[in-house]
Design a protein around this ligand. Sequence first.
Ligand SMILES: NC(=O)c1ccc[n+]([C@@H]2O[C@H](COP(=O)([O-])OP(=O)(O)OC[C@H]3O[C@@H](n4cnc5c(N)ncnc54)[C@H](OP(=O)(O)O)[C@@H]3O)[C@@H](O)[C@H]2O)c1
Length: 363
Amino acid sequence: MPFACPSPSAANPVTKVSDLMALRTTELGAGPHALTTTAFGYGAMSLAGAYGPIDEPAALTLLQEVTGRGITFIDTANIYGLGLSETILGRFLEGRRDDIILATKCGIEPKGEAGKRSINGRPEHIREQIELSLRRLGTDYVDLYYLHRPDPDVPIEESVGALGELISAGKVRSIGLSEVTAAEIRRAHQTYPITAIQSEWSIFARDVEEYVLPTCAELGIGFVAFSPVARGLLTDGFDPEGLGENDARHKFPWFAPEYLEPNHQVANKARLLAADAGIPAAGLALAWLFTKAEGAGLSLSVIPGTRYVEHLDELLAGLDGQLSVELVAALDALAEEVRGDRSFSPQWVSGGREGLLPRASGK
Ligand SMILES: NC(=O)c1ccc[n+]([C@@H]2O[C@H](COP(=O)([O-])OP(=O)(O)OC[C@H]3O[C@@H](n4cnc5c(N)ncnc54)[C@H](OP(=O)(O)O)[C@@H]3O)[C@@H](O)[C@H]2O)c1
């Protein structure tokens, strides 16, 4: 049953995750800081309206459906909705905190005019932000605490040292880094054992395959793939006309007016391949990641985001998929056709600082 979709379980406020279905798990990191998570996690940026509105009751209902399907890994950040995502999660976690592997992040802060952001990896900022996150989340620890971006003005050893101190203080169980280069990973890991690297990885965004993923595999660090369905492009229901005025995707080159339609056409090729394979495109996109990770000896968890339970089930359809060599090769080829970079600024992401962006082709 290569594409079996787990059947939904009835969820209610008193149902313990441990009573529900067991999803495939993965071990991120090694030794005393290793974390066992479900290989499928839930990205809670969507709960703060990044890609469209959702109200709090709907968000809480969705989280029930998420955990009802056995998903125990939830990813958020202090910056998502300026604390809103963490606050909603805090309400949801009441009475079930120990059932969830909870990841959050610090290091990106709002700057001046609405929507602008800056990076802050100073130790005192990290120490301040964990307290604010813990308060919003209604807990006294997080399982995985990431630095959201390395700060170009702060040596990574200093930021990681501060994260490590939070482990000694019992506020954090393990640490991670997001959008770091292979060289930054090595320096950080020498300072304190890193459990997970989080970066963008999908059929459309493959730059991490060059340096970051081999480094994670070599050092035994887990990888958490964000935006695994290319911010919605790699799904059957994506509507290029349907992006609202406040949709965060407007700032990303893939969604710029001149690139959106060509990229939608590239995604159509993935949709056709998915239809041939008999699974939703979103499921195929995740199955591609799991197949690639297995080939690379990498511990992987994916954290797609959605506001809808129907979409969640399409995503879950890819969890146990192992794709044929031919199908993987056909999907591999699509990245070269994608127009525009994955980020609005090459410096904002690891591939840009590693000289892999702007991409030579597909522009
Ligand atoms: N570390 C970082 O810098 C960073 C950056 C970005 C994201 N993240 C994390 O990664 C998580 C996931 O990333 P993401 O949300 O950017 O990208 P994603 O999971 O690739 O895409 C989310 C988008 O896909 C749509 N979608 C998902 N499944 C669908 C389906 N079956 N049919 C139609 N549309 C579907 C969602 O819309 P609907 O709501 O309509 O389903 C949403 O617009 C975030 O929640 C966040 O936790 C981290």
